[in-house]
Design a protein around this ligand. Structure first.
Ligand code: F6R
Length: 244
């Protein structure tokens, strides 16, 4: 695991942005896994700003979304599909066909997870996977208790996750379930980049740095990946001591 400590949130965001841009410019047909959430918002804003120069490279890339709520319409303002459409697809004038979204419409048939895994396989796997972290250590929507071998599947959201995200929904309308790539699916990506910013992530980051393969904090599973980069801002790193 490589840990990069930004001197500011802006610097941490720029590190992650550069990693994505460098990958796409050096390998334009890259397959990139994208996370959503508040942490990633400045990353996509920065990518859009910088990528306008490198847009031709983006036209050849393919993107997989990490997760999606179950039970929302595609165009729901708080769906992850709407999130990425407004933050990346529309500003960069990309084609929706360059994106794969967790097939929540297949949930009732029971084949949604398998279908998504197959799509990832057919794309040749994910080259670079972007990740955020929940305050409870979740990655994607792999909540505490998830198995290291887990694959794309329906997951029940924990009360902490619902509390952290309920502001996007009306009272009592927060979904209970999501379709999320599993930890095993995430670990199959060739490179993993996790960005954590803000004080609310400091305890989870401290836990990740001090534990290995601990199902109570799914992000600890990432440490066994040979190319895992953890990028932190000063607040997220405020409870750890890094030896230089
Ligand atoms: C989003 C996702 C989640 C978020 C995490 C942090 O696609 O998979 O794991 O990355 O919940 O969310 P924010 O950034 O809103 O704190």
């Amino acid at each position: 695991m490589r840990v990069i400590l930004g001197q500011s949130t802006k610097e941490a965001v720029e590190v992650v942005t550069s990693m994505v841009l460098e990958r796409i410019i050096s390998h334009p047909t890259s397959v990139i896994g994208l996370a959503t959430g508040k942490t990633m918002e400045p990353v996509y804003a920065e990518i859009v700003k910088d990528a306008l120069k490198a847009k031709t490279f983006f036209d050849k890339a393919f993107f997989f979304m990490l997760d999606e709520y179950v039970g929302l319409k595609d165009d729901h303002p708080s769906s992850f599909k709407t999130y990425i459409k407004t933050k990346l697809i529309d500003p960069l004038k990309l084609h929706e066909s360059q994106f794969a979204f967790p097939p929540v419409h297949l949930v009732s048939s029971g084949s949604a997870g398998e279908h998504y895994e197959q799509l990832i396989k057919e794309a040749g796997g994910i080259d670079l996977q972007l990740l955020g972290i929940g305050i409870n250590g979740h990655i994607g929507f792999n909540e505490p208790g998830s198995l290291k071998e887990s694959r794309t599947r329906i997951v029940e959201l924990t009360p902490e996750t619902k509390e952290a995200n309920k502001r996007h929904f009306g009272e009592g309308l927060m979904p209970d379930k999501a379709l999320s790539m599993g930890i095993g699916s995430i670990l199959d990506a060739k490179h993993l980049v996790l960005l954590a910013t803000g004080k609310s992530k400091a305890d989870a980051i401290k836990y990740v740095l001090n534990h290995h393969d601990d199902p109570s904090c799914p992000a600890t599973f990432l440490k066994s990946h040979p190319y895992f980069t953890l990028v932190l801002d000063p607040d997220a790193a405020s409870k750890i001591s890094l030896k230089i």
